[in-house]
Write a protein that binds this ligand. Sequence first.
Ligand SMILES: N[C@H](CCC[C@H](N)C(=O)O)C(=O)O
Length: 299
Amino acid sequence: MNALAHRRFLKMNGLGNQITVLDLRGTKHLVSAQEARAIAAEPRARFDQLMVLHDPQAAGTDAFVRIYNVDGTEAGACGNGTRCVAWAMMADPEMGDPAKTALTLQTKAGLLPVKRESETVFTVDMGAPRLAWDEIPLTEPFADTSRFELQIGPIDAPILHSPCAVNMGNPHAVFFVEDPYAYNLEQIGPLLENHPIFPDRANIELAAVTAPDHIVLRVWERGAGITQACGSGACAALVAAVRRELSARKAVVSLPGGDLTIEWRESDGRKDAGHVLMTGAAAFEWDGRLDPALLASAA
Ligand SMILES: N[C@H](CCC[C@H](N)C(=O)O)C(=O)O
């Protein structure tokens, strides 16, 4: 019997970004890509991202979290999923500790301090963005990743070009456009996600800065496709807009599923070194237990 059989899962969302939370603390089980895809095959457990809790590794942290996209690939960051995990660890009747109003999670990309703002709203310190070409990563040593050579479409009339690259624990390419909804993202998203310039593939953002404190955003997510919201993508878009001097350091980012407030703090006067704070909601939908029959198909 698969170790995950009959385990309880929480189905949640972060602004419509479909999140499933699985608590494997106290076990040594590591979810495989096949198991992640099998869990996504359960209609009630279907997710854009699966957030799996493991026992804490670093001192002072509350849990280590592994993040899986619906295609089974792992990611180092998921902003919306992090807020959902924080809700679960504070408010879920079976796994929550209502006395907690703050906690620190860890992913393979680093530490994520989370503060509870209200019953359903959380602020995550997503850490400092990584901006060097080999931190994104890119396969070419661009000195300035705020605008690098990448275009799609006819050479003399590209559909999109000159994005800004940002790593928020995961790779992002942000294209600034007039209207993010004027593009066939289903068609161009996968071409850009899998472009050879991105050795680890990339999340693709279409961003319009409509005011110094307002960005409209659509995202094609690496390993998940178009989602209703992308927290790390919203952080990447704000960082990119500041680097391009298009926005203030704090703005509302409006995604199809709702708004996030993103702030890129300065640090000791060094503009690029500060952490990025993301504030937004997390919503519980239902819980369930994993079906052994579906898991039996996974390795
Ligand atoms: N697809 C992303 C992970 C999830 C990001 C997004 N759902 C978020 O809220 O940050 C990646 O492979 O890097």
